[in-house]
Design a protein around this ligand. Structure first.
Ligand SMILES: Cc1cc2nc3c(=O)[nH]c(=O)nc-3n(C[C@H](O)[C@H](O)[C@H](O)COP(=O)(O)O)c2cc1C
Length: 426
């Protein structure tokens, strides 16, 4: 090659060898290094018109496919094909004009026409007087890296598009859910009127106002009435839940004496328990328990619901409703000796339409809405409802409500920290 200025070592073995062997040996060594380099190296003559290539190393041919004799004497721009609109070329052109080095990334084409991304470093080579006589360029083929980056950018764009899609779907879903809730609320509300009419006329029939009924007729009237009542309960549950979804489930709380409400609820389930030959007991604290802060109708609804569930799932033994006063709250525990709930199912018993075992739904009926509504109501009244259970031994549903009296304070903090049976998950 015969280029100067490459030798400035301070005494390594290579330098010594070059030193000892003189110019010829040094030229051979530099030639060997030029040939061994894995990046393509291009040397151009800046003193001749259009800066023609004077030498390329073997790596150039490996990368571009062009043999040295095909390129020597030409300007490097033939690698650009028709692809001349590249801002990076302006950068390079300006650096070359000023005799400065530069680093650019260019779209180039191999001899076979395949695109490759060329990370090109160009530096001026100066003579003893500081004039630029040559340029040396080093090509690094970064096609794989660019492809990986482009794939990443594409993937990112895809992910962003997917995220936007999901967001749009979530909005649609929320709209649809709202529309469904509105529809359900309207329909269930409208259904109550005709069901009430049916039940009213059944009462009239039962009372003999349309003539005495024969025994089978009376029995049929009773059956229709039972079914109508079930239907009304379902419709009421659906209405409650859809209102809850809207945030329109309201409770009207004030001081309520729990004793008569507990007794009413128990009386309602007495007949059913007797028919199943199971005990139904109520334990109230001695004396009259202090009033709770509650909506009387809703308190009754929760108690009836818990007792009805307990009676439904108990075949032997009994159901006990225990009322105790603790930490500024009244606790209502409905305990049964029924089939129990599997631990893996327990967390879901308060989900809407959930029944621990779909076989049970067929056997015992029920919508699975009652517990979901009861928990919402308990929370709306400032308390909570929780469940504990053991398969084969039975379940206990406990809910508590804050006491209404001023002297019951501090109800909230005490209730929130007390957690022996997980009953205070406020
Ligand atoms: C040493 C050296 C190596 C070069 N290597 C390449 C190259 O690999 N690919 C390329 O597209 N351009 C390369 N160029 C740039 C072109 O030769 C030319 O300078 C560029 O296209 C801008 O000038 P133009 O507008 O006259 O074409 C190189 C230039 C020099 C001085």
């Amino acid at each position: 090659m015969g280029t100067d200025g490459t030798h400035h070592g301070s005494g390594g073995t290579t330098d010594d060898a070059v030193e000892e062997g003189g110019d010829a040996q040094r030229a051979r060594l530099l030639e060997g290094a030029f040939a061994a380099a894995t990046d393509a190296i291009i040397l151009t003559d800046a003193t001749r018109p259009d800066n023609p290539i004077v030498a390329v190393n073997p790596a150039f041919e490996r990368i571009t496919g062009y043999a040295p004799h095909e390129v020597v004497g030409r300007n490097c721009r033939f690698l650009q094909g028709d692809d001349r609109e590249q801002p990076e070329l302006d950068t390079l052109r300006a650096a070359l004009a000023r005799g400065e080095s530069s680093l650019v990334v260019l779209r180039n084409y191999r001899k076979d026409g395949a695109l490759f991304w060329n990370e090109l470093r160009v530096a001026p080579v100066r003579d003893g007087a500081g004039r630029v006589t040559h340029f040396v360029g080093v090509q690094n083929d970064i096609t794989d890296r660019v492809a990986a980056e482009q794939a990443l950018v594409r993937r990112n764009a895809e992910l962003e598009a997917a995220r936007d899609d999901l967001q749009a779907q979530a909005v649609e879903l929320a709209d649809a859910q709202q529309a469904r809730d509105r529809f359900m609320a309207t329909v269930s509300h409208e259904m109550r009127t005709p069901i009430n009419a049916v039940m009213g006329y059944l009462d009239l029939l039962d009372m003999g106002l349309a003539g005495e009924l024969a025994d089978p007729q009376r029995e049929y009237v009773h059956r229709v009435r039972r079914s109508s009542r079930q239907l009304l309960e379902l419709v009421n549950d659906v209405l409650d839940l859809t209102r809850a979804a809207y945030g329109h489930l309201e409770v009207d709380t004030g001081p309520v004496n729990a004793t008569p409400v507990v007794e009413e609820a128990a009386a309602l389930l007495e007949e059913q328990a007797r028919r199943k030959h199971i005990a139904l007991t109520v334990e109230l604290p001695p004396g009259d328990p202090p009033a709770v802060q509650a909506d009387r109708r809703r308190l009754r609804q929760i108690l009836v619901n818990l007792l009805a569930n307990a009676v439904k799932f108990t075949e032997r033994g009994g159901v006990a409703l225990r009322v105790t006063r603790r930490d500024g709250a009244l606790h209502f525990a409905v305990e049964d000796t029924g089939i129990g709930i599997a631990p893996e199912a327990l967390p879901f018993v308060f989900d809407e339409f959930y029944q621990a075992d779909s076989n049970l739904t067929r056997r015992y009926g029920g919508t699975g809405l009652g517990l979901a509504i009861s928990r919402r109501l308990a929370r709306l009244m400032g308390g909570d409802l929780t469940a504990a259970s053991e398969v084969g031994r039975g379940s206990t549903f406990t809910f508590w409500l804050p006491l209404a009296t001023a002297d019951a304070a501090p109800a909230a903090p005490a209730a929130a920290t007390r957690d022996a049976a997980g009953t205070a998950a406020v």
